[in-house]
Write a protein that binds this ligand. Structure first.
Ligand SMILES: *[C@@H]1O[C@H](CO)[C@@H](O)[C@H](O)[C@H]1NC(C)=O
Ligand SMILES: *[C@@H]1O[C@H](CO)[C@@H](O)[C@H](O)[C@H]1NC(C)=O
Ligand SMILES: *[C@@H]1O[C@H](CO)[C@@H](O)[C@H](O)[C@H]1NC(C)=O
Ligand SMILES: *[C@@H]1O[C@H](CO)[C@@H](O)[C@H](O)[C@H]1NC(C)=O
Ligand SMILES: *[C@@H]1O[C@H](CO)[C@@H](O)[C@H](O)[C@H]1NC(C)=O
Length: 400
């Protein structure tokens, strides 16, 4: 319900910037470095199914959709995949960060000496662009990154550790005004700050799209909530290029490049691995929109590496094959391989995007005929306007 209100607010503030240059960079001959790692990502719950077989037990997502059958667009659950309150969000993040740190130290102490390897954390983030050219909107965009991505990243990746000072100040102050006896944001002890700081060998980034930010006029979101505490509003221009089954998935390659630069600058040039990036459609083998999305985002990535000197070491396309896409059920398809969910064998067929990705990996660069200015694959308006629970998604993804 909350999200619906939010979306209507978005439509009523149609942003006056049609002449945007979305390009992540000019045509170039840049190639990916020799030791750059390519891969394709997927998640067990989204493709495995069989939550009740072989002693595999229910995950939080199995439980969420079993107890809330209307949660997904098509009523599906992940139980048969290629066979997402008022909850204590701050406490949840707090425990997660402490648990993460304990696992890191365990790995570092006990397993790394034997097996080697690297361990990090994957965080989902949009890029935040100021909605207009005002200092208030510039502040809102920076505040979004610091209090959303930074909520999880600052304790682990910053030199100081702990939650971002901006978040601590906002939640402490709001809690006081609301007559709580103490802040709703739990506090780390100095020992915990040290225990959590630096517990990652790399920064895993999941990235898909960009939003426009401004400061809220009054109260936003439920009271109390993280959204209400931070007090900013995010929208997208409905005219931005997209033709995705996920209406939030606007194609804004420069946002990817700017986000990589922001992470590099904010977190001491940490090695970054892009652990998810991709595009959703309804189906089909000739997926020109997905091919174009990957080309534009990989072009932005090449410019990030060669021109901005962002410290990116790897890239994983989301995803290997069509899967159970959280609240979109089986409607949205992100795969490089098409899965025929009707067939007994769940037959897989390579899409055009699978061939494109394979050529990028072998040539270490983009196809000769790639045109950074070509957005014709997205000329249609976004197709369906079903509100999603996107606001909650970054946390669910992280919890898996
Ligand atoms: C578009 O943006 C890119 C990167 O920001 C820039 O290099 C290029 O010159 C711009 N193109 C136009 C037509 O403004
Ligand atoms: C890219 O390489 C081709 C062939 O080596 C060359 O003709 C072209 O000028 C190069 N383009 C740029 C932008 O450097
Ligand atoms: C944005 O504002 C700055 C300073 O306030 C000004 O120099 C710049 O020209 C403005 N840009 C646009 C696109 O209006
Ligand atoms: C907090 O307490 C003050 C003083 O009793 C009261 O005026 C105010 O309305 C309370 N605020 C809230 C949000 O309940
Ligand atoms: C499904 O897989 C089985 C075993 O590999 C094979 O014998 C059968 O022909 C397949 N059926 C279809 C429709 O592809």
């Amino acid at each position: 319900m909350n999200t619906l209100i939010f979306f209507i607010a978005g439509l009523s503030h149609i942003w006056n910037g049609d002449a945007v240059n979305f390009s992540g960079g000019l045509k170039s001959n840049y190639t990916f470095p020799k030791d750059f790692v390519f891969g394709v990502s997927t998640a067990a719950i989204q493709i495995e199914g069989a939550s009740n077989e072989d002693g595999k037990t229910e995950s939080i997502w199995d439980n969420l959709v079993r107890t809330n059958p209307k949660f997904t667009k098509d009523g599906s659950t992940p139980a048969v995949a290629a066979d997402s309150h008022g909850i204590a969000e701050y406490l949840c993040a707090h425990n997660l960060l402490k648990a993460h740190a304990s696992v890191y130290h365990l790995f570092d102490r006990q397993y790394r000496p034997i097996y080697g390897g690297k361990i990090g954390m994957s965080l989902d983030s949009n890029w935040a662009e100021p909605k207009g050219n005002t200092s208030s909107d510039v502040k809102a965009a920076e505040l979004y990154l610091k209090t959303h991505l930074g909520w999880y990243a600052h304790p682990v990746y910053s030199s100081e550790g702990n939650y971002p000072p901006e978040l601590i100040k906002l939640v402490d102050e709001k809690s006081r005004l609301q007559n709580y006896t103490r802040s709703r944001l739990p506090k780390f002890t100095p020992e915990e700050v040290e225990h959590i700081k630096g517990t990652a060998d790399f920064f895993g980034l999941n990235h898909y799209t960009t939003y426009l930010l401004s400061m809220a006029d009054g109260e936003v979101g439920q009271i109390p909530s993280h959204e209400n505490d931070v007090g900013i509003v995010r929208v997208q221009n409905p005219k931005w290029p997209s033709m995705s089954s996920s209406d939030w998935l606007k194609v804004v390659p420069f946002g990817f490049r700017r986000l990589l630069a922001w992470i590099s600058k904010t977190y001491n040039n940490v090695p970054i691995i892009v652990t998810e990036n991709g595009y959703a459609d309804f189906s089909g083998i000739h997926d020109t929109a997905r091919v174009t999305y990957y080309c534009h985002y990989l072009n932005a990535l090449l410019h990030a590496i060669h021109e901005d000197k962002s410290n990116v070491h790897g890239y994983f396309a989301w995803s290997l094959m069509d899967n159970w896409e959280w609240d979109d059920g089986f409607v949205s398809r992100f795969g490089l391989y098409l899965v025929d969910f009707e067939s007994k064998n769940k037959t897989r067929t390579a899409k055009d995007s699978a061939r494109l990705y394979s050529s990028v990996v072998s040539s270490r660069g983009l196809p000769d005929n790639y045109d950074p200015e070509d957005y014709s694959a997205f000329s249609g308006a976004s197709t369906i306007l079903i509100p999603t629970v996107l606001l909650l998604l970054p946390m669910y993804r992280l919890l898996l």
